[in-house]
Design a protein around this ligand. Sequence first.
Ligand code: SAM
Length: 271
Amino acid sequence: MEHSNCGDAEAPNVPPGVKYGGSKPQVFGNRAMRPEEKFEFARVVFFGRGLGEYVDMFNLDLNGLKGQRVLDCAGGPAAFAKEAAQAGIEVVACDPMYAETADKLRHVVDSDAAAVTVKQQANPQTLHTNYVSTSERRKSMEIFLQDFAAAPRGRYVSGRLPTLPFDDNSFDFALSANLLFIYSDIASGGMLESSPLDLEFHLRSTTELLRIARKELRLYPLQGANAKGHAYLAPLMDECTAQGHLASVVPVRQRDLVGAESMLRIVKRAL
Ligand SMILES: C[S@@+](CC[C@H](N)C(=O)[O-])C[C@H]1O[C@@H](n2cnc3c(N)ncnc32)[C@H](O)[C@@H]1O
């Protein structure tokens, strides 16, 4: 990690009968936007990125991380754990979907990636022009799918925030990308309809990740699409400060959703 400074937006695969998108029609070009085109979601999607995007989302220094243990939660179908291992970094990825079979995960990845593409194409104004395309990300997800099927011992652990199956201080660092903030409800600054990821969930999840990480926790992004900031950021930072940690918003290199150019870095209080 660099010690000075140490979206996604994805759509769900839409099961029959599930509605997503708000009730008010949006105008897209000269026609009303269909629900599946709106940058809003009915559930958290299973969608992932590669090592390069993790470096950019979290300002990672891969050389500095060699020999460190890193928790990635929610890991999703990201290639980060596999590619980091090749770079000499031990990453354990954790996600509730890892309880599923490799075949099921491949099906969900294909379905969600297709739905994400629809949303991205319908909402170009929400994305930086140089964001990593879904077809590129699909290559990273393929690396994950093959690695998951080979089941390297202990690399992929099924678990669900806000309670994870890891001991106190069992990792040096914890990273959490594209779950907190972005999948809160739309009114708070996220992009999930009727989200269960409320402020209480954010506080409990952050406390849990800080229990497990010995040194530091980083969260990215800090908002959803079309949002100007996030209602949970200040109370979450206040809670971290109250627990004795050092929380700061730090610019990052990642360019995905417009407005999502920072991470939250939480350095744990001295043990
Ligand atoms: C969009 S993916 C992010 C994957 C990866 N971190 C990335 O940025 O490429 C979000 C992931 O959060 C997972 N998820 C949903 N609810 C969760 C929870 N309560 N605890 C942990 N992971 C959760 C989903 O299964 C999904 O894989």
